[in-house]
Design a protein around this ligand. Structure first.
Ligand code: C2O
Length: 356
């Protein structure tokens, strides 16, 4: 059975305190009643053709200006508006820091945590869908699509400059990042320490690029089974965090979070902690690439098989849409991105065959 039911979804509570979360965090969305919740229907979210999510390092100045304007408007909305950037950021905390009880339970051991399980990919896909629709509506452009951070391509292995330029006057900038990494090549296997040679100097860039492609190869191209790639089964009555992440969640997903977050802050905010990750606009570009990677994985070997059991398909999440309506969206609603109305701008995937 599904991990969340409507009763549990309307009863959001404060986040659980743990090693990566301060005490007493309020992450709940504005209140809604069970009777107000509507079912997701893709026909309610029209766009003129598929929205094309561009690679962040290649966007035009016009696109960058529009995207900044959309995020700027989102940040200006009052905090209690479910479309505001502050509320969008809290969604991550609510679903990742135990603000919801698992269906049919009331104790603290049974709280919902979408990470470390098969809910990881579908949850973030649905989250980005509504985030993107809200941004589009704020600039009156239903064809607007969010960018993806193309960290699996050598040209995209830096923090995209649209997020780092111009300091705090840029709505895509975030003060709580690791400044040492603003201009450096990412390490997709990052665990908190830079890879160094024996004499303590940096490894050559071409080696780091090769390691990165290798990480992609090992964690995306090779794992054929859904359970390996997507994460472990998670169903009602399971405990808070079953801690069974898929290979894509382990690497490069989590290392990228750690690499971006500010290690000087107590919980490595923003990107380095679940409760605060959504506060960094770069989070959404990072997850767009995770999402793109899911689609690429699915297309390998003539079509890899996802989970198709009811315990997977019948899970749902609730998001406010651009009309401020709480929408119940099922895992089965998000398995085909074309139905959600978007696709990704193509970029080469040299990691499919890194030894070539
Ligand atoms: Cu919900 Cu990248 O974590």
């Amino acid at each position: 059975p599904a991990v969340l039911d409507l009763k549990a979804a309307v009863k959001c509570e404060r986040a659980l305190k743990d090693d990566t979360t301060p005490r007493g965090m309020k992450c709940c969305p504005p209140d809604f009643k069970e009777s107000e919740v509507i079912n997701f229907d893709p026909r309610n979210y029209w766009s003129p053709g598929l929205r094309v999510r561009p690679a962040a390092h290649k966007v035009s100045p016009q696109y960058a200006a529009k995207f900044r304007e959309a995020v700027r408007r989102m940040k200006l909305l009052p905090e209690d508006d479910p479309r505001s950037f502050a509320q969008q950021a809290k969604i991550h905390c609510a679903y990742c820091n135990g603000a919801y009880h698992i269906a049919g339970t009331t104790d603290n051991d049974h709280r919902l945590q979408v990470h470390g399980s098969w809910l990881f990919l579908p949850f973030h896909r649905a989250y980005l869908f509504f985030f993107e629709r809200i941004l589009g509506s704020l600039v009156n452009d239903p064809s607007f699509a969010i960018p993806y951070w193309n960290w699996d391509h050598p040209d995209g292995m830096y923090m995209p400059s649209i997020y780092t330029q111009d300091g705090l006057s840029n709505p895509l900038y975030d003060d709580y990042r690791d400044e040492k990494h603003f201009k450096s090549l990412i390490d997709l296997g990052y665990g908190g320490d830079e890879i160094k040679k024996e004499d303590n100097t940096k490894i050559p860039e071409e080696n780091q690029i090769f390691y990165n492609l290798w990480h992609m190869h090992v964690h995306v191209a090779r794992p054929k089974e859904a359970e390996l790639f997507m994460g472990g089964r998670y169903a009602a009555k399971d405990k808070y965090s079953i801690n069974s992440p898929g290979t894509i969640e382990r690497v490069p997903h989590t290392p990228v979070h750690i690499w971006v977050g500010d290690p000087e802050r107590e919980y490595s905010e923003d990107m380095g902690s679940f409760y605060s990750a959504g506060r960094d606009p770069l989070f959404y570009a990072h997850h767009a690439n995770v999402d793109r990677t899911w689609t690429i994985w699915k297309g390998l070997d003539g079509g890899r098989k996802e989970f198709d059991e009811a315990d997977f398909l019948n899970n749902f999440f609730i998001f406010y849409d651009e009309k401020k309506k709480p929408v119940k969206i099922y895992v089965k609603d998000v398995l085909d991105e074309k139905i959600l109305g978007y696709k990704y701008e193509t970029s080469d995937t040299p990691w499919l065959d890194p030894l070539h």
